[in-house]
Design a protein around this ligand. Structure first.
Ligand SMILES: Nc1ncnc2c1ncn2[C@@H]1O[C@H](COP(=O)(O)OP(=O)(O)OP(=O)(O)O)[C@@H](O)[C@H]1O
Ligand SMILES: [Mg+2]
Length: 481
C-alpha cells in the first residue's frame, strides 16, 4: 500500500528482527518473575487466580504484538515527514501499517484489541508511550517509574504497582528525552536530572543512569484540571466546615499563612483551595517552580522561575521573581514553595504591607516549620542573632496550616496553629484545631476526628472587625468518647 509517510529505505533486515525477537523473549521471561511479588502483597486477590492468568496471557500476547508493530512502525515511518502530519493522517497511517504487519504475521485480533493497539501505537509515536494511558487515567495522581520494568501509580493516597512497562532502558530514555527536549532541556550523563512541565501542565522530574542506579527514575505529579476546592476537601474529610469557616476568615482578613507538609501531603492543593477565599478585586501575583496553582480570581499574574540552561546561564530564581513581584503592585503574593533564600524577601514582604501572602514549606509540624524558616534564613547567609530572626518570623507569619498524608493514604489538615508573638527568645504559638487520632480499623484505616483545642483565636477580634464574626462554639473541643 502506498504511504506518503513511509521511508524510502528497505524495511528492517533479518538480523535486527532476530535481536528484537530475543528482546521480546527476555521481557517475557522477566515479566512473570516480577509478577508474583505484586500478587503476594495483595492478599485479598488469590481467589481470582484463574481469570487473572488468562488476562495476563492475553496482555502478554498483546504486548509482544505491540513490540513487533512498534518496531515495524519506527522502521517504516518517515519521522521527519511525521512532524507535519495531521492527527487523522497519522492515525490512518498507523492503522495501515498495523494491518499490513498483522496480515504478514498472520495475527488475527478482535476489533477492540485492534483499536486499543492502534491508539497505543499512536501514543508511542506521538506521545509518551506507556505513560500516556496513565496520564489519561483520571484516578491516578502520581506516576513513579523505577527503571523500565517497574511503574507505580498513586491512587487515593496509595501506591500501586502497574503492569505497564517500557521495553527496555533505551525505550524509557527515548521518552524522557522527548519530554525534556520539548522544553529545551537536556538530560544525559553530565546533566543527570531534570525538572520540566508536560504539555498538560503535569510536573515532571527525571534522573538518568549512572546516578540512577537501576535505570532511569521518573516522577510525574499529574496536573488536575479541576483542582480540589474547599467544598471537595470538606467532603473528603480533609478538614471540617468549622475549620473552613475559620480559614475563610483568616484569608479574607489578610493573615499571612504558611501551609506546611511533607512531600505529596496536599500543600499545593490546600494553598490553591485557600486562595479561593481571596476577594476577586485583589491583584494576586503567584511565583512557582512549576506553575500548578489555578486561581479563580480575575486579576492574577503568574510567574514561573527558571533553572539555568545547559551552559549554566539564564537562571531566574524564585527570589528574582519575588523581588520583581514587589515592584508590580501586588495586593497578595503567593509563592508555591519557599525552600531557599527567597525566604528573606518573602518574610520582608509579609512584614511590609503585603499581608495576606501565602506560601508552603516542607515540614512535619508548625514548630518544625518555624525551624525550617530559621534554617533557610541562616543558609541564605544572613547574619542576624537568632532572637532577631525569630522576631522577624513571628511578626511576619500569622498562621501555619499543617497538611499530612496519613499512613492509610488519607490526606488531612492535621493542625491549624497561630503564631502569637514572642515569649523571651521563643516564638509563641497556639493550636486552634487538630486532628485527633484514636485508633486503627482492622483494615488499617485510621479512626479519628477533628476537634478545636478550646483556645479562642488570637485574631478573633480582627475577624469580628472585618465582618467575620465566628461563633464562639467553633473553638469548643469535641468531647472525647
Ligand atoms: N485531601 C485530599 N484528598 C484527596 N486527594 C488529595 C487531597 N489533597 C491533595 N490530594 C491529591 O494529592 C496529590 C498531591 O497533592 P499536592 O500536589 O497538593 O501535594 P504537595 O504537598 O504540594 O506535593 P509536593 O510536595 O510534591 O509539592 C494531588 O494529586 C492532589 O490532587
Ligand atoms: Mg506542591
Amino acid at each position: 500500500m502506498f504511504s506518503k509517510y513511509k521511508k524510502s529505505s528497505a524495511p528492517a533486515d533479518k538480523a535486527d528482527e532476530a535481536t528484537e525477537a530475543s528482546n521480546v523473549t527476555k521481557i517475557q521471561e522477566a515479566a512473570p518473575a516480577a509478577a508474583p511479588s505484586k500478587v503476594a502483597r495483595k492478599q485479598a486477590q488469590p481467589a481470582a487466580a484463574a481469570p487473572v492468568d488468562k488476562e495476563t496471557k492475553r496482555k502478554q500476547r498483546m504486548s509482544e504484538i505491540k513490540l513487533e508493530l512498534h518496531r515495524s512502525l519506527l522502521d517504516n515511518l518517515n519521522l521527519a515527514a511525521l512532524e507535519h502530519a495531521t492527527e487523522q493522517d497519522l492515525r490512518q497511517e498507523i492503522n495501515t501499517i498495523a494491518v499490513e504487519v498483522l496480515a504478514e504475521k498472520s495475527i488475527v485480533l478482535n476489533r477492540e484489541d485492534r483499536l486499543n493497539l492502534n491508539s497505543e501505537l499512536y501514543d508511542e509515536v506521538t506521545g509518551l508511550g506507556p505513560l500516556e494511558t496513565l496520564l489519561k487515567d483520571e484516578s491516578v495522581n502520581d506516576i513513579l517509574v523505577n527503571g523500565p520494568q517497574q511503574i507505580f501509580v498513586e491512587r487515593s493516597g496509595k501506591l500501586e504497582l502497574t503492569d505497564i512497562t517500557f521495553k527496555d532502558e533505551k525505550h524509557l530514555l527515548r521518552i524522557i528525552d522527548k519530554i525534556v527536549s520539548a522544553v529545551g532541556r537536556r538530560v544525559d550523563e553530565s546533566n543527570p536530572y531534570v525538572d520540566a512541565r508536560l504539555k498538560d501542565g503535569s510536573r515532571f522530574n527525571a534522573m538518568v543512569p549512572p546516578v540512577a542506579v537501576d535505570g532511569s527514575l521518573v516522577s510525574i505529579r499529574k496536573f488536575k484540571k479541576d483542582k480540589l476546592g474547599i467544598d471537595d476537601l470538606v467532603n473528603f474529610g480533609a478538614f471540617t466546615e468549622e475549620m473552613a469557616a475559620y480559614l475563610q476568615a483568616a484569608v479574607a482578613t489578610r493573615l499571612n499563612i504558611i501551609v506546611s507538609g511533607g512531600t505529596g501531603s496536599g500543600k499545593t492543593t490546600t494553598l490553591n483551595a485557600l486562595s479561593s477565599f481571596i476577594d476577586n478585586a485583589e491583584r494576586i501575583l503567584t511565583i512557582e517552580d512549576t506553575a500548578e496553582l489555578q486561581l479563580q480570581q480575575t486579576h492574577v499574574g503568574r510567574m514561573e522561575s527558571r533553572p539555568p540552561n545547559v551552559e549554566g546561564k539564564g537562571e531566574v530564581s524564585p527570589r528574582d521573581c519575588l523581588k520583581n513581584a514587589l515592584r508590580m503592585r501586588p495586593d497578595r503574593i503567593i509563592v508555591g514553595e519557599t525552600r531557599g533564600e527567597e525566604v528573606i524577601d518573602m518574610l520582608q514582604a509579609m512584614n511590609t504591607g503585603h499581608d495576606g501572602s501565602m506560601t508552603t514549606i516542607h515540614a512535619n509540624s508548625a514548630r518544625d516549620g518555624v525551624s525550617r524558616l530559621e534554617n533557610m534564613i541562616a543558609m541564605a547567609g544572613i547574619e542576624m542573632p537568632l532572637k532577631a530572626v525569630r522576631s522577624q518570623i513571628s511578626s511576619a507569619v500569622n498562621l501555619i496550616v499543617q497538611a499530612s498524608r496519613l499512613q492509610d493514604g488519607s490526606r488531612r489538615m492535621t493542625s491549624i496553629t497561630e503564631i502569637t508573638g514572642m515569649e523571651g527568645d521563643v516564638i509563641s504559638m497556639q493550636e486552634i484545631f487538630r486532628y485527633q487520632r484514636v485508633g486503627l480499623t482492622p483494615d488499617n484505616k485510621i479512626i479519628g476526628h477533628f476537634t478545636a483545642t478550646g483556645v479562642r483565636s488570637h485574631y478573633a477580634e480582627r475577624f469580628r472587625m472585618w465582618g467575620y464574626d465566628l461563633p464562639a462554639s467553633i473553638y469548643e473541643p469535641i468531647a472525647a468518647e
